[in-house]
Design a protein around this ligand. Structure first.
Ligand code: MV4
Length: 512
């Protein structure tokens, strides 16, 4: 639907952490006033420090703060914000929230409520895609009413098949069936799980694809009917349906496949009248066929890898589109240059089954230098809360090709300093020693398979190895009186200990 040009003067960011920082940076560059909401747990957080205006929205639990859609919209009206940027997660894909924004005259920086709603239903989105000639995984487009239909449909498709909950997502409510004799029990189980988990027992059937890749296309639509593809991202490295490493371009997508997937993604977006930034997800089969999975109606966590290889700023683009501007001509000629890899740094301990590692980030020094970007939402001294997703931020590297990007990632991970919590850094260091990852030979199951088989050698955190050395150095300093004069100006013992530790353990190394 056409939108008149409306200059945004103030935008309320309804999010926290690294994505709130990311959006505030774009707002400042565009000289748009940035306001944020924050929960009590985030009162001293980085976005609050960076924003022009900051407003408390409630106690720490998300449902009492960042998910309070009506309160957030009313705040936007009260403070005179022209628009709300939802970021990702929380309310970003909530059609009712987007609708409420519109009803109150606040621009929602994202697609229309109708597009969000249509893409939120697996059945509705599949139906729309089939009508638009977008390839979907072979199987029915309607829910399976009974076992007899399931048996007949599975025989037509051919085993193995996948039962999927219509209201499911993110891997929940899926069941693989390899043989006809297993279908009855799987069908019953899938329906009862769907009913229990989603309040809707509708399930449908698809051909099960063995070890496909997850390739997603970044799209951008304006309010004048134009949609453009900005290339693909390789997102196959996932742990329990959680993306861990993302890349652009994909090691296996050549320019012809990129053109075909891009055209298909644009067709999918146009089928729902898509505007603003979005992602069309595909499964890429081993024979080169690709099939529509879903559309994510938000800016994604992994958007920086697309920015690094296209040179575009996707949040700038979102804001210009939200103001009613048409897509720039040069967006239609974009081709990826070089190679970007993103790793998500979570406060989790890979050596303890990725157990959460909340707490105060006592030391945090991100790597810098050529081709290194970090999108981080927390400062040294900040606290990783148990209330929210434990991602500290993302480390993104760019190289002229994938090999240089891999080498740069290795250097950046070595340079990163984090202390006070454990992080997923050892996982990425292990992947950099894995021949399949280095060869770009990933599939959606690879990481889970390798972790289950113990095939990834996680380097032990180095801090234990340095402690004896540090203790010896301290003892020497105390005995030799070198600590007599207090060079730390009265800093507390722990800070002095850390400074000594850094001096004593000078030769680099990691702290977690
Ligand atoms: C599939 C599939 C294989 N065959 N469908 C998982 C989440 C949901 N978005 C769709 N998913 C899958 N659907 C068929 N017919 C394998 C997966 C899948 C997956 C897809 C993308 C990324 C990671 C995944 C991890 C496990 C399974």
């Amino acid at each position: 639907m056409e939108r008149p040009i409306r200059q945004l003067k103030k935008v309320l960011v309804a999010n926290r952490g690294e994505i709130a920082v990311r959006i505030l940076r774009a707002l400042r560059e565009l000289e748009i006033r940035g306001a944020v909401v924050y929960s009590e747990a985030d009162r001293t957080s980085l976005p609050v420090l960076m924003a022009d205006e900051a407003y408390p929205i409630g106690p720490a639990p998300s449902r009492e703060s960042y998910l309070r859609g009506e309160a957030i919209v009313e705040l936007a009206v009260q403070i005179g914000a022209d628009a709300i940027h939802p970021g990702y997660g929380f309310l970003a894909e909530n059609a009712d929230f987007a609708r409420h924004c519109e009803e109150r005259g606040v621009v929602f920086i994202g697609p229309s409520p109708a597009a969000i709603a249509a893409m939120g239903s697996k059945i509705e989105s599949r139906r729309l895609m089939i009508e638009a000639g977008v390839p979907v995984v072979p199987g029915g487009k309607d829910p399976i009413p009974d076992l007899e239909t399931a048996t007949q449909r599975a025989a037509e498709i051919g085993y193995p098949v996948m039962l999927k909950a219509a209201a499911g997502g993110g891997g929940k409510g899926m069941r693989r069936v390899h043989r006809a004799e297993d279908l009855a029990s799987a069908f019953r189980a899938a329906r009862s799980e769907a009913s229990a988990s989603f309040g809707d027992d509708a399930v449908y059937l698809e051909k099960f694809l063995e070890r496909p890749r997850h390739i997603e296309i970044q799209i951008l639509g304006d309010h004048h009917g134009s949609v453009v593809s900005l290339g693909e991202r390789e997102c196959s490295l996932q742990r329990r349906h959680q993306k861990v490493v993302e890349e652009a371009p994909s090691p296996v997508v050549d320019s012809e496949l990129r053109r075909r997937m891009g055209e298909t993604a644009v067709r999918a977006a146009q089928a729902v009248g898509y505007s603003n930034a979005g992602t069309v997800e595909f499964l890429l089969d081993t024979d080169g066929s690709f099939y529509f999975l879903e559309v994510n109606t938000r800016l994604q966590v992994e958007h920086p890898v697309t920015e690094m290889v296209t040179g575009l700023d996707l949040v700038w683009a979102q804001l210009h589109v939200a103001q009613g501007e048409p897509l720039p001509e040069d967006f239609f000629e974009v081709e990826p240059r070089g190679h970007a890899i993103e790793v998500r740094l979570y406060a989790e301990d890979p050596a303890r089954g990725f157990a959460p590692s909340p707490g105060v980030v006592e030391v945090l020094r991100w790597p810098e230098g050529p081709g290194v970007r970090n999108d981080c939402g927390i400062e040294e001294g900040g606290e990783v809360s148990i209330h929210y997703d434990p991602m500290l931020g993302k480390l993104i590297v760019w190289g002229a090709d994938r090999e240089q990007a891999l080498r740069r990632l290795d250097r950046a991970l070595h340079e990163l300093r984090v202390d006070g919590i454990r992080t997923t850094r050892p996982l990425f260091q292990a992947l950099l020693s894995d021949p399949d990852f280095r060869a770009g030979a990933m599939d959606i199951d690879m990481l889970d398979r390798k972790l289950a088989a113990g095939a990834l050698v996680l380097p032990q955190p180095r801090v234990e190895r340095d402690l004896p050395l540090v203790a010896a150095a301290l003892a020497h300093c105390e005995v030799s009186g070198r600590l007599a004069a207090d060079p730390d100006g009265g800093a507390d013992l722990r800070t002095r200990w850390r400074r000594r530790a850094r001096e004593a353990a000078r030769g680099g190394g990691t702290w977690n």
